[in-house]
Design a protein around this ligand. Sequence first.
Ligand code: S3P
Length: 430
Amino acid sequence: MVQSQTVSASRGLRGEITVPGDKSISHRSVMFGSLAKGVTRVSGFLQGEDNLSTVKAFRAMGVTIDQPGDGELVIHGLGVHSLQEPADVLDCGNSGTTIRLMSGLLAGQSFFSVLTGDQYLRKRPMGRIVAPLAGMGASIRGRQQGQYAPLAIDGQQLKATSYQSPVASAQVKSAVLLAGLYADGVTTVYEPHLSRDHSERMLRHFGVEVTSFDGGVSLAGGQELTARDLLVPGDISSAAFFMVAGLIVPDSELLIKNVGINPTRCGVIDILKKMNGSIELVNEREMAGEPVADLLVKSSDLKGIEIGGEDVPRAIDEFPVISVAAACAEGTTVIRDAKELRVKETDRIAAMADVLSTFGVTVTTAEDGMTVQGAERLQGGRVNSCGDHRIAMSSAIAALRADGDVVIEDTQCTATSFPNFWQLLGTVTV
Ligand code: S3P
């Protein structure tokens, strides 16, 4: 049954919260922990549907993964060459990270595998990973000449590559690097702007030599991973909903604890600060190679700004909620260079333009972004998430400032990345 949620205006957000573990890091903890030799204990793991798809896939390839408690995994890795042929199709659900990173990993195995996903994932472009992997000697077939899942992968002996990615995508970069672990020689990936570097950091944490340089990253094939415990920080992409809520709802003061502030991910903080948002980083520290802080957010009079260039990949998943901040800002916000938003879980430019116009906000779209006119007031109404978790949650945040109730349809999808979102929102809103 399709679920919906009704959200009313808030008189302020107060208190301290922690958001669930980082989705990108949680995926990688399962993948790299499974390839490492020894026992990797993970805490702070995000038990969202996307990450559980990754856990299921590795179990299907013979890896023992225990879940002793909430947010805890114990992964019994047996080394880079220990995976076994899965007896059935691997279902990646809604998760782009699972299907793309695993394609790279599976391309160099000595067995056959098939990857698929839900109706949304099967519409997302896979040519961006199939092409560079084919250049390494991979044999991957998919619908429409390898553009779409299901993907059938016949593992091959791979050769190293030097790949210039046309997009700043951590999924593309990581897929090629994972294949590179199985290739002869040094694999290098160049990208137009630096995308999130969690793979590089975690591979180093597991003892792999990875060289990052201006414009790219490289690693030599044939390296082993050694098991090491991991602590996953809170997901800045989940924290972003509460940051924007705290900024746009008057009389708010919210402390969001234990948030990952990796420089390749914290574009949202920089963008919201440029919009005059009051966000203070306190208690900065490091957890398993990733920087972490608590974020103190206070209601602010936001101003419209122009956003583009290298800030875009650093905030790529936060644009739906950044557009909500823009709707509540004084003046105009222009978002450019963000064509990638068209190929996320849904077309997020079209989806947010629809949502914001229901709230009475004037939005114009371009192929690579949107222009949002800040509105004095938002109106209530009925919106649809298009099955996209971040559209559902961004709509909920806008609803906190609306004059009337907002009904958000198709909200089940929030379980992919933020299973306790609605409950947490209830605990901090007055
Ligand atoms: C992710 C990378 C990003 C991001 C996605 C998670 C990752 O995608 O949008 O939610 O974990 O590597 P792209 O690499 O396609 O930009």
